[in-house]
Design a protein around this ligand. Structure first.
Ligand code: GRE
Ligand code: ZN
Length: 326
């Protein structure tokens, strides 16, 4: 089945950001993954051809710009890497689009860079890797912070999606993981961190101020579809200061899209469909951290009615990003 995939990462050596991903791999696996991050038009495209992935929306690897706590460096690298991404899309615009990376360390410059990326470079939205470290290593700022009021107003005005992508919480702030390093990364901490960040956005009233805002979550919703009913059920009894217009389930169904990135599990997909509907789920792989082949062969075999399956494969992404039919 023809598919579009949209959590597909790249790295670069100039500026040298690719090394950020090294910690996620064994020394044996790293050289191959590094090469895959740096490649766009060779092995990646060949696999897309073989697996009927007609279009890929690229994004920079994680944590990317979000961990560059020096504001000047964050602004400079984001600009250079967005220029690079636009060049890669330009080399094969039938098969590639890209999200922008944004220097959230400086909200005004981030807003300008989003405008430049969308209006001048033709990028399709932004992918933000969770909280940003700002000015020093230990200062973390989440996207519900009041300093981002203008930024979100601009996102709403431009009417582009923001992909909220995982990053690890800082070890200095995560005693719950002490002595259990296997809890970090995509096995667990990524999802808890990102699902919690999404709940912070909901609880901040962001979607009451901007009801048309669209956030994309990977990994079939970073645990949220499984638990959202319970969260609402308990908050109705003990709101603890929560003051928003709708239930979190409402925001999840209204302001979020979910992708299948890195979560190739049919019962989990069916749960997500039941919670948010097949109109809000989109195929993705999470290449090269996950196998494009595993993602595609799993999805192609999922037993689902044809209409919903086509929507998840490509139709929803086409509509959301205004792409031509694949
Ligand atoms: C991701 O981008 O989702 C990712 C990483 C590192 C390890 C695993 C993973 O950035 O899924
Ligand atoms: Zn990813």
């Amino acid at each position: 089945m023809k598919k579009i995939a949209l959590e597909e990462h790249f790295g670069a050596t100039d500026p040298n950001i690719v090394q950020q991903s090294e910690e996620h791999f064994t020394p044996q696996a790293w050289p191959g993954r590094r090469a895959e991050l740096l490649d766009i038009h060779e092995a990646r495209l060949k696999q897309m051809d073989e697996l009927e992935i007609e279009k890929v929306i690229l994004s920079l690897l994680a944590p990317g710009i979000q961990s560059l706590y020096d504001r000047t460096q964050a602004v400079d690298w984001a600009q250079r890497l967005n220029d690079y991404a636009a060049d890669q899309v330009g080399a094969n615009p039938d098969r590639f689009e890209s999200f922008a990376a944004l220097p959230m360390q400086d909200p005004d410059r981030a807003t300008e860079e989003l405008e430049r990326s969308v209006n001048d470079l033709g990028l399709v939205g932004a992918l933000i890797n969770g909280f940003s470290q700002v000015d020093d290593e230990d200062t973390v700022v989440y996207l519900d912070d009041p300093r981002y009021a203008e930024f979100w107003a601009t996102v709403a005005e431009l009417d582009v999606p923001v992909y909220l992508h995982p990053r690890d919480p800082l070890a200095s702030k995560s005693p719950q993981y002490d002595g259990h390093p296997w809890l970090y990364g995509s096995s667990w901490a990524f999802s808890v961190e990102t699902g919690t960040h999404a709940l912070r956005l909901m609880g901040s009233g962001l979607f009451d101020r901007h009801p048309n805002l669209t956030i994309i979550l990977g990994h079939l919703g970073e645990l949220l579809p499984y638990n959202i009913w319970r969260t609402d059920h308990r908050l109705a009894v003990a709101p603890r200061g929560l003051d928003v217009e709708h239930s979190f389930g409402h925001y999840l169904r209204t302001n979020f899209y979910l992708t299948t990135s890195g979560n190739f599990r049919t019962p989990t997909l069916l749960n997500a469909i039941q919670e948010v509907g097949a109109d809000r789920i989109m195929f993705s792989a999470d290449y090269p951290f996950e196998s494009m082949e595993e993602a595609a062969t799993w999805f192609d075999r999922v037993e689902l009615n044809d209409r919903d399956k086509h929507k998840i494969a490509a139709g929803n992404a086409q509509r959301l990003f205004g792409l031509s039919p694949v």
